[in-house]
Design a protein around this ligand. Structure first.
Ligand code: G3I
Length: 320
């Protein structure tokens, strides 16, 4: 079987991949993305972000996001919608605007209401707030935090729930996959939203890991159960495991171990509902553009051959 088929047999909702509009003209790429034996879910890597959808205030542009949403529909794949409120990939009218508490709340609510309403019925989940935390667990000093304070988070969740009461609402971040200050702060965000009486359904663990320093299965398992204890589900939302290039047999073997341990942590936790890799082929990974000299983070190589990591994921999902 493939990865999604095996994940479903283990009681998960999906195994999926991120993708991006520019990649869809590559027919060999598209053929594999459409393979629902491996991928029962897709996430747009860029095309639902604020700078794409609302580049000018109150002018909404859904063309690129709709391409991915329509592809998911055509393939009968779930769509994870990404992302509503994030400090990055903001249009300059937001990031460099002159705001008061009231005007930024109004602009943020207007964005959320429009976007969630447009995609109502299309998304399994929305990443409502993305990356609100610093590594030490303090709040990131975004325009939203500076202007509104921590209340921007529950206000965003309440606006999303009002626009679509059925979609799952997630807080999504990286380096919250094992215990520490940042994972504790993510738990506090769940409690903060709940304390405002707003709905939060899930925590998204991005899981942008490094070969050889990926958290162990047991340390991931203990933090998964801490999130689950708050009454929310968990998803691995952006999994990839990068290495310093060039890739060697030893690094590929360690990468397989690291993928296996991560997937096994999700399999073992009932509240962990699915896993998304942040694109499936090294050809289109974000990693080399951000971390010079690093890459080879995906389960398929740049020529679309399956790497040892693929077999590790499949076996952790109980497939053969
Ligand atoms: O579209 C332009 C293109 O016109 C231009 O020629 C080119 C030149 O640099 O840039 C293109 O835009 C790039 C865009 O990806 C689309 O490819 C941006 O420069 C680049 O910064 C952007 O990177 C994205 C990154 O988020 C931005 O922060 C990655 O593709 C995307 O995979 C990545 O995804 C994030 C998640 O949303 C949140 N978690 C971390 C994750 C990895 O950084």
């Amino acid at each position: 079987s493939g990865l999604h088929t095996a994940a479903v047999a283990k009681g998960k909702l999906y195994f999926g991949s991120a993708t991006d509009n520019s990649e869809l003209t590559d027919t060999a790429y598209l053929t594999q993305l459409n393979n629902t034996d491996d991928f029962g879910q897709i996430t747009p890597g860029n095309s639902q972000k604020w700078d794409t959808i609302e580049p000018t205030q109150n002018q909404f542009s859904y063309t690129k996001g709709d391409v991915i949403a329509n592809l998911a529909k055509a393939n009968d794949q779930k769509l994870r919608c990404h992302t509503l409120v994030w400090h990055s990939q903001l249009p300059s009218w937001v990031s460099s605007g002159t705001w008061t508490n009231a005007t930024l709340i109004a602009a943020m609510k207007n964005h959320i209401t429009n976007v969630v309403t447009h995609y109502k019925g299309d998304c399994y989940a929305w990443d409502v707030v993305n990356e609100a935390l610093n590594e030490d667990g303090s709040y990131r000093d975004s325009i939203f935090y500076q202007t509104i304070g921590p209340a921007y988070i529950p206000i965003a969740f309440a606006a999303a729930a009002a626009a679509d009461p059925d979609v799952k609402l997630y807080y999504n971040d990286y380096n919250i996959e094992s215990s520490g200050s940042k994972a504790m702060a993510a738990q506090n965000i769940v409690k903060l939203v709940q304390s405002y009486g707003a709905k939060i359904d899930g925590v998204g663990l991005q899981a942008h890991f490094i070969v050889g320093s990926t958290p162990s299965q047991s340390s991931q398992a203990s933090v998964l159960s801490a999130y689950a204890a708050l009454g929310v589900e968990i998803a691995y939302t952006e999994l990839d495991i990068r290495m310093t290039l060039p890739s060697t047999d030893a690094l590929l073997a360690q990468q397989k171990t690291d993928y296996t341990n991560t997937v096994a942590a999700c399999v073992a936790e009932k509240s962990c509902i699915g896993i998304t890799i942040w694109d499936w082929t090294d050809k289109y990974s974000w990693v080399p553009n951000t971390f010079s000299g690093q890459g080879a983070a995906c389960p398929w190589d740049e020529n679309y051959a399956k790497k040892p990591a693929y077999t590790g994921i499949l076996s952790a999902l109980g497939g053969t």
